[in-house]
Design a protein around this ligand. Structure first.
Ligand code: HGY
Ligand code: MN
Ligand code: MN
Length: 412
């Protein structure tokens, strides 16, 4: 089997270059989807694709991918991830996978290796869902899991823009329709974003699948009133209802136990004045579980609690689903290839599910798909101090290259 080696310093250099785009003063990055910073990141990615001699393709929701020709035509082996970030993001979430794909191609170019199948490297639109919900939006449209028209019409959660218009504004409205390209296989390298690999001293995660994700936004209307003169029994305190829902979200995770998790990421009350009973509250609840059945149970319990809490306080409440994805399993034969490739290079490896959502979950129903995890220092992510050691990133990228060569084949 042909063996090609990656170049760790070139890989780290690209990570650093991308980390300067949307850099925050105290470290980390903010490249929210379809912002000027996202555009600059996209421009840099396209420039690298061209430097590597790849053809550049942009689809109707702004996904970008490059293709390196193989000896044969047909469906490529695709690698990818995302370059958009949360507002307080680190240097590695998503970027590691896209840069690893570029490094695989650069190493193949250096080695003068022609693969049988073409190779594709992608950066998908709005994986984070931080500005426009849901997350995994670009890959979801690309693979037919999300409706293009609905996604283009999505208004930013904070109201500052419409996705389709922002995409045109930054110049990344392509014309390739959804589902026009189903790869021969899809591989994604990603930082683990959790503590397991580091805690166990393991270098490579052979990811078995992604847990289910449920995002709900609750909007509560009460009555603003004087904090001093209004008897407690006569209040309609929207802030109280929101706080009760937040406490119940945590209680669900406690009662269900692992792997159930729950997060209240947004909790706003208005008018937000010390001596005014809140008129309005808005909160989001992120529920996740590896079991679809348990996730439905958690959602049902939360919805029932929210209605009762609002009724109790004589407030009105509405809710809307911002994201909902069932758990997915990855292709067992490719998971085994990741494991065997790591062992062949004397790297310790373990199988594990992903707690975070990834673009890979959109490909899993349509083509053989798997992921390679590398350790996150301190298990940190969605945090400006996110870090992965260069040696770990290089090791994961080498495994990505080895499995890609197996799947794409090498021209004799
Ligand atoms: O929310 C997630 O798991 C991913 O970062 N979009
Ligand atoms: Mn990510
Ligand atoms: Mn993320």
């Amino acid at each position: 089997m042909t063996s090609v080696s990656i170049n760790p310093s070139r890989l780290s250099g690209r990570i650093r270059t991308m980390g300067q785009i949307g850099a925050l003063p105290g470290g980390g990055v903010c490249r929210l989807a379809m912002t000027d910073e996202d555009k600059l990141g996209r421009d840099q990615f396209v420039a690298w694709l061209r430097e590597l001699g790849m053809s550049v393709h942009i689809d109707v929701i702004g996904n970008i991918w490059g293709i390196r020709a193989g000896a044969e035509d047909g469906a490529p082996v695709m690698m990818g991830s995302h370059i958009d970030s949360v507002a307080t993001g680190g240097l590695y979430d998503g970027v590691a996978g896209v840069m690893a794909g570029l490094e695989v191609v650069a190493a193949l170019n250096d080695a003068g290796v022609t693969t049988n199948k073409p190779i594709a490297v992608a950066a998908f639109t709005n994986e984070e869902g931080a500005r426009f919900a849901p997350d995994m939006m670009g890959s979801g449209v690309h693979q037919g899991a999300l409706d293009l028209g609905e996604m283009l019409a999505t208004v930013a959660t904070s109201g500052d823009g419409v996705l389709g218009e922002e995409m045109k504004r930054i110049g990344y409205a392509g014309d390739i329709p959804p589902r026009s390209m189903v790869p021969a296989a899809y591989l994604e390298l990603h930082v683990e974003q959790g503590p397991v690999l580091e805690h166990e001293g393991i270098r490579i995660g052979a990811v078995t699948g992604v847990q289910g994700i449920s995002w709900t936004e609750f909007t509560i209307e009460g009555q603003s009133n004087h904090a001093g003169t209004t008897p407690m029994a006569l209040r309609h305190d929207a802030g109280l209802v929101a706080a009760q829902i937040a406490a119940e979200a945590r209680q669900i995770a406690t009662d269900f136990g692992p792997p159930q998790v729950s997060t209240v990421g947004v909790l706003e009350v208005s008018p937000g004045l010390v001596n005014v009973v809140p008129l309005h509250a808005r909160l989001t609840v992120d529920l996740r579980n590896t079991s679809e059945e348990r996730l439905v149970e958690a959602e049902t319990r939360l919805a029932k609690f929210a209605d009762e809490a609002a009724q109790q306080e004589r407030c009105s409440i509405t809710s809307r689903k911002l994201a909902r994805f069932a758990p997915v399993e990855f292709d067992k034969s490719i998971v085994a290839r990741v494991e065997n490739a790591a062992r062949a290079r004397q790297m310790n490896v373990r199988r594990m599910p992903s707690g975070a959502g990834h673009d890979a979950q959109m490909f899993a129903p349509n083509c053989p798909t798997a992921m390679v995890f590398v350790p996150s220092a301190g298990g940190l992510s969605h945090n400006i101090n996110e870090h992965t050691e260069e040696a770990d990133l290089a090791a994961g990228t080498q495994i990505l290259l080895d499995v890609t060569l197996e799947l794409a084949g090498v021209k004799k």
